[in-house]
Write a protein that binds this ligand. Structure first.
Ligand SMILES: C[S@@+](CC[C@H](N)C(=O)[O-])C[C@H]1O[C@@H](n2cnc3c(N)ncnc32)[C@H](O)[C@@H]1O
Length: 366
């Protein structure tokens, strides 16, 4: 088992915002060239498929089943769940494609709400095998100093190995750190611009959950928190959202406002869906032959600078009827409403037919 280490021993600070010299952490030129979003997703898919090469399919499936059992119910908060290489290979092959797509979707919404901003540096807390740093690379071109913090050494080691496949991610720092009251992100290299915390809050005690959000708020200019799209994942996101607003942040996405969430507690939960290609391992573990599955997630993206949030956001899958589209919206004036867009609305109707759950509404070009 990996003993947790204290941040004082383990946390080298991330570099500050991209330097005026245009050199990144690895010393390479910070150019906008390099794999684009689709290529990044493809490189990740291939790198993850490669992990299973030479592994008997039954062995991989058994590792996934063990991992699912470990995560079932109350996730332990006193020691890492990802203990050895077979745990992390199972996590990366089975869960990372989904967490990558969920974080990519959340970062995409942040980028839409902050079109003139790109992170000069990124710290991913509880980053595991690095899904969020891949999502960062798929969202903003160029290179930036990136640090992944986690207490599970096998996850960091595998994350480094996978990241070698992407030219923009070879300079990522993979560091052991335990989330707790002592977590300090504003070290010698300066505070990170972007802080991500994806699929981590569930694994923390109440106190650590509060301290990780406070540490992210104290250091970052933009903070993005992603959780599973379950009622309790949403509750954790709302709690984090309140803390971020209390620390002076404004909500960039998904909410069109920084006021209280209009959903009555316990009656519903705000969540979204990201489409994920299913690997052969997924098909083997879950059965069936579907080529994809939908990852449900909840998130908040908040900034210290004033964002430009959507006028409203589609918070359920649009319902397409004959000659009309029904859109459930969360509005700027905090409320939930149903909007019916019909053929009489002309181009807006065509946009509504193409609109997706989670999109801003109306589209920028409407
Ligand atoms: C479900 S995984 C998510 C990994 C990654 N962020 C993603 O989205 O795929 C949760 C991660 O949080 C890390 N973690 C949980 N509790 C932690 C703690 N107290 N300190 C540091 N890392 C922790 C775990 O080791 C694991 O890598």
């Amino acid at each position: 088992m990996t003993p947790p280490v204290s941040p004082a021993e383990s946390h080298e600070p991330a570099g500050g915002p991209q330097s005026a010299s245009g050199l990144d952490a690895a010393g390479g030129p910070a150019t906008a060239s390099g794999p684009d979003a689709a290529e990044t997703a493809e490189i990740l898919r291939n790198a993850l498929a490669g992990l299973l090469d030479g592994l008997p399919p039954r062995t991989a499936a058994q590792a996934v089943e063990r991992l699912i059992a470990n995560y079932r119910g109350r996730t332990p908060t006193d020691a890492p769940v990802l203990r050895d290489r077979s745990d992390v290979v199972a996590y990366a092959a089975y869960r990372m494609p989904a967490t990558f797509e969920a974080v990519r979707s959340a970062l995409g919404a942040l980028a839409d709400a902050a079109p003139d901003w790109a992170p000069g540096s990124h710290v991913d807390i509880g980053g595991g095998t690095g899904a969020a740093v891949w999502a960062g690379a798929a969202t903003w071109a160029g290179r930036r100093p990136v640090t992944v913090l986690d207490w599970a050494e096998p996850a960091l080691a595998l994350g480094r190995e996978i990241a070698a496949a992407h030219p923009g991610l070879r300079g990522v720092e993979w560091q052991r750190a335990r989330i707790g009251a002592a977590l300090d992100l504003g070290g010698e290299g300066g505070s990170p611009d972007l802080v991500t915390v994806s699929y981590v809050l569930k694994e923390l005690t109440d106190a650590d959950r509060a301290s990780v959000v406070d540490a992210a708020a104290a250091a970052g200019r933009a903070v993005v928190i992603v959780e599973p799209g379950t009622p309790d994942g949403y509750a954790r996101v709302i709690e984090a959202r309140d803390r971020l607003i209390g620390a002076g942040f404004r909500v960039a996405a998904p909410c069109p406002h920084s006021a209280a969430c209009p959903i009555a507690p316990g009656e519903d939960w705000c969540h979204f869906s990201a489409r994920v290609s299913r690997s052969s391992l997924h098909r083997q573990v879950k059965g069936g032959s579907l080529a994809y599955e939908d990852e449900k997630f909840a998130y908040v993206a908040a900034t210290r600078f004033p964002p430009a949030p959507a006028a409203s956001r589609i918070v359920r899958r649009p319902q397409i009827r004959k000659g009309q589209v029904l859109l459930d919206l969360c509005e700027t004036e905090p409320s939930l409403s149903r909007s019916t867009v019909t053929k009489r609305h002309g181009p807006l109707y065509r946009s509504a037919r193409d609109a997706d759950w989670g999109d801003a509404w109306p589209p920028a070009d409407a």
